[in-house]
Every structure is written in structure tokens, then in C-alpha cells.
Design a protein around this ligand. Structure first.
Ligand code: ZN
Length: 527
């Protein structure tokens, strides 16, 4: 949900930000706006409350003085969203030369710093769990997973005739989760991290059941936790994100350790939804470009809750929300952007495709024509024959970026590309080389899902780095109210600490959040 508030005369801004920070930024006419927040790993530890102190100082290559100065500036003002906006504006204005954009494409907002060491992550791992997808896993689940036929498993590829649970089966019981964690490379540290993250979320839930990107306004927090987001009035978006973190662990309003929290959150979301002629509008008061991001992530939350709870009230709300997304699709290019029916961009389109797929997984009723149209958009946004993706296909010669590639590839997986697809394999190799990034959680979140579904040694490599990076950078008990949260490490940081913490939790839930697409035939769920 990027926050660039475009004036009517402005050109489109080239940011894939889910929650970017800047506002009132006008790009130079005719060229994409380049925003960057190069949070230098050497600078981050200077934050007094930062858990980054534990990071090894890795200096595999030196960043330019330019990046360091801007990084320091950005960090200094992170605690003051208004100032961050100014920094973004300054950065934008300074990044003029087209050739620099080409050479330093990693400074784009949707990008990661490809020229930095591909991993500042310690090669040490806290687990020696082997990844092995061959041979069936017997989850031996017998405590309430809804029985589903194979043919009903979300229409995902590779499932015909195979008895598996649905998309959310892996998170539906403690035993299932434990098995999946062991099988797919999680460990006790990653699970403890998830639990600690959820505790932080419960500590910041507001009396009306919502969450806020301005988390510090919670009466118990009173500013103890820094890095509020710049979205000061986006309760549905913040609530949807927090709910996704709980739901990703199988916690619903009817089951699990956080039933009251989830119930209050779901109740808030449904109450906040506005019934319209085009479906249930969950965007709230749209003040910038966050609208369809919010609709997408809230819809995923409702669909996942519906899939796991079979609550008719939640199902009805989810169907209304899906309807809104279907009708908001651009009829020409098949994509989505900030406002309903805008010409699409890859970032917003990714959230909507995920929402529609979660609707399918929950067996909700909504027009499915959107999937075909979304494929049309993916073709427009693809580069390298589909191995990579650009943010805005309407921009001439828009460069593919790592983040948009991760989003695009995950969409391709959900829309039917199978494990034999050469372009998918190429894309996975591309992400494999880039590796998890220290300062781009949006990229990490999507790429982790791609790699998890892909499996094999690529996933093993990726997971060990990603998992341990997140475990290591989370605030610990000694950090007081910050415990369980993560410092913002993302150029799309308008959602602040809450956004960062939710994405981090969901990334650590990857082992059971979704059953891996291409190795499901090896997963046998006993009901
Ligand atoms: Zn706090």
C-alpha cells in the first residue's frame, strides 16, 4: 500500500510498495519515480533499541557514500513519519539519471540491493533438520480438520486423485503443525519466534478489537515501541495484517490459543466493512494509495478464517469482499491497482490474486473469470519470457525487479504453472541467487513462499538463511515492550513495526501456512 498521494496531473509512481512511506511526491514527468530507503546493515545497529545489535557486522562490499548518507538520514527520521516523507522526497529528487537506474536498479523501491552481499546472514543454522520431500508424511491428524475430497483441494496443480487436506490443513492442529515444521525446515527457535511475535500483537490490540499501524498509541505501549507506520487512519488494513499472522498459525476465533483476540479482530473487520453495490468494501477511509492493498489483505484474512472455521457469518463477509475485488479488476489489462478498475500494477495484483485463491480454497462463491484476466496481466508484466516481472507494464521498458518477480512467480504458481515449467525454474534460480535480503521484508515474504512451494535444495538453502535471519533480528524479552517485534527493515515501510512484524511472523509460518504445491502428493493427511 504505497502512500504516494498522486495529484490528478501526476504520472504514475513506480513503487510496488505494500506500505510505502512517502506522500505528496510527484515524479518527474514521463519517468517512474524511484524511491529508496537504503537501510544499511552497518547503520541499523545504531538504533538504541535495535535487536540488530546482534547482527554480525558483515562488510562483503561497501555501499556508496550516497547510500550510506541516505540510509543514516532515513534511520534518524524513521521515528518521525513526516520527516521520512521528506527524506523520500529528497531521495526521489536526487535519483535522476536514467543510467543510474539501470546500473543501480536495486535502489528502486520494489528492489533489493543486488549489489550488496547476497547474504549478510550467518551461514550458521540453528537446526540441522534435513529437508526431504520424498516419501509421504503421515500427519496423522485426527482432531477436527475438515474432511475434504482431493478434487476439492483448491483447484491447485498436481492434486488430482491425491488425498490431501485443503490449503490450510497444515495449520489445523498442533500435531499437523509440528510435523510440517519438522518436515519443511522450521525448528523450535522459529516456533518460539512466532509465538513471541503473536504476544507482541496481542499487547497492541486496541479495545475495539482493531490494530493500528500507529501501534504506539496503545495505552500499554505509550510509545515504548518505536517506528509507527505512516498510515494513521487505516484500522482495517492493520487489523487484516494482524489477523493474517494469527490465522497463518491456525488460530481462529473458534480454535487455538488466541480465540478472543481473533474474534475481536474479525468482529471489528466485519463491522467496518461497508456493503456496496460492488461488494463488501473493506478499505476504510482511503487517504492515499493503500485502498486495494487493504481490500486484498483483509479479504485473505476473511477467506482463511472462513476456510478454517466454517462460520457462515465470516463466509458471507468473505464472499462480499471477493465480489468487490472481482469488480475492481481492470477490464482491459486484467490487473489491479490502488483504486478499483485502475490499470494494474504487479504489486497490488499479487495481493488480489492471493485473495481470490484463498477464496477458492475456502470454497466460497464468486465469479472465477478474474483468474483468466489476471493471467493476461501477468503476460503483460512478464520479462525474460515469464521468468521475471516488472512493476508497471504500462511503463515503456520497465525493468523487472526481484520483488515483483517473486510476486509474479507466486501468482504463476497459483494460476497453474507446474514444476516442469522452464520459466518458473529460471525464476526460482534467479531468486535463489539473490537470497533473503536484510532490508526488504516484502521481497522476503513473497520469495519465501515461492521457494517453499518449489522445494528441493533451493528451498533448503533459502530457508536456513531466512529462518535464522528472522529469529536473530527479533526483539527479545530484555527489550521490554518491543519483545516479539521486528525493527522495520523494508523500503515499503508505511505500515511500520506492525507491518514488519506481521510479515515476519507469516514468513516463519511458511512451513504449515500453505501446503507446498508441488510435493503434496507426498503428504498424506489422515483424518
Ligand atoms: Zn509497544
Amino acid at each position: 500500500m504505497s502512500t504516494e498521494r498522486l495529484e490528478p496531473s501526476s504520472q504514475p509512481i513506480s513503487t510496488d510498495s505494500p506500505v510505502a512511506i512517502s506522500t505528496a511526491v510527484k515524479p518527474p514527468a514521463g519517468k517512474p519515480l524511484k524511491l529508496s530507503l537504503p537501510i544499511d546493515e552497518k547503520i541499523v545497529p545504531k538504533q538504541p533499541e535495535a535487536g540488530w545489535m546482534k547482527l554480525p557486522v558483515v562488510t562483503l562490499i561497501s555501499l556508496s557514500l550516497h547510500a550510506m548518507v541516505l540510509g543514516a538520514l532515513a534511520l534518524v527520521v524513521l521515528k518521525t513519519p513526516k520527516l521520512v516523507e521528506e527524506v523520500f522526497t529528497t531521495v526521489t529528487d536526487q535519483e535522476e539519471p536514467a543510467e543510474e537506474i539501470v546500473e543501480q536498479s536495486m535502489l528502486q523501491p520494489e528492489d533489493i540491493n543486488d549489489s550488496t552481499p547476497q547474504s549478510i546472514v550467518s551461514q550458521e543454522t540453528t537446526s540441522n533438520l534435513a529437508f526431504e520431500t520424498k516419501g509421504p508424511i503421515d500427519l496423522n491428524v485426527s482432531d477436527g480438520i475438515p474432511q475434504l475430497e482431493a478434487a476439492d483441494s483448491g483447484g491447485l496443480p498436481g492434486l488430482a486423485g491425491i488425498k490431501v487436506g485443503n490449503e490450510t490443513s497444515g495449520r489445523m492442529s498442533a500435531q499437523a503443525k509440528k510435523t510440517m515444521v519438522t518436515k519443511f525446515g522450521g525448528n523450535s527457535a522459529s516456533e518460539a519466534s512466532v509465538a513471541s511475535g503473536m504476544k507482541w500483537l496481542t499487547n497492541h490490540q486496541l479495545p475495539d478489537g482493531s490494530w493500528s499501524f500507529v501501534h504506539s498509541k496503545h495505552a500499554d505501549c505509550k510509545g515504548q515501541c518505536s517506528q509507527d507506520g505512516s498510515f494513521t487512519n487505516c484500522p482495517t488494513g492493520a487489523t487484516g495484517m494482524a489477523l493474517l499472522a494469527f490465522l497463518g498459525g491456525g488460530h481462529t476465533h473458534q480454535k487455538g490459543d488466541y480465540q478472543k483476540n481473533v474474534k475481536r479482530g474479525i468482529d471489528f473487520l466485519i463491522k467496518a466493512g461497508q456493503p456496496t453495490e460492488t461488494g463488501l468494501d473493506l478499505r476504510g477511509k482511503v487517504t492515499a494509495n493503500e485502498g486495494m492493498y487493504v481490500q486484498g489483505l483483509c479479504t485473505i484474512a476473511l477467506c482463511e478464517c472462513a476456510a478454517m472455521s466454517k462460520d457462515s457469518r465470516v463466509r458471507k463477509a468473505a464472499e462480499g469482499a471477493l465480489d468487490f475485488i472481482v469488480k475492481a479488476q481492470n477490464p482491459k489489462d486484467g490487473g489491479w491497482r490502488y483504486n478499483p478498475r485502475d490499470p494494474g500494477d504487479m504489486s497490488v495484483t499479487g495481493w488480489e490474486v492471493m485473495a481470490l485463491k484463498s477464496g477458492t480454497n475456502a470454497k466460497l462463491k464468486f465469479p472465477t473469470t478474474s483468474f483468466k484476466n489476471a493471467e493476461k496481466f501477468l503476460k503483460l508484466a512478464q520479462a525474460e519470457g515469464g521468468a521475471q516481472y516488472v512493476y508497471d507494464p504500462a511503463i515503456d521498458k520497465a525493468p523487472p525487479t526481484p520483488t515483483m518477480t517473486a510476486v509474479g512467480l507466486l501468482c504463476r504458481m497459483y494460476l497453474g504453472w507446474d514444476h516442469k515449467n522452464k520459466k518458473l525454474a529460471e525464476g526460482v534460480q534467479y531468486l535463489d541467487k539473490i537470497k533473503p535480503q536484510p532490508n526488504n521484508m516484502y521481497f522476503n515474504y513473497y520469495a519465501t513462499q515461492v521457494m517453499h512451494h518449489w522445494g528441493g535444495e533451493e528451498w533448503t538453502r533459502w530457508n536456513e538463511l531466512m529462518r535464522d535471519q528472522l529469529v536473530r533480528t527479533q526483539h527479545q524479552l530484555k527489550d521490554g515492550h518491543l519483545a516479539g517485534s521486528w525493527d522495520l527493515a523494508d523500503p515499503h515501510g508505511g505500515g511500520g513495526r506492525l507491518y514488519m512484524t506481521c510479515l515476519s511472523i507469516m514468513t516463519l509460518e511458511v512451513y504449515y501456512r500453505h501446503l507446498p504445491m508441488y510435493s503434496r502428493e507426498n503428504i498424506k493427511v489422515e483424518f
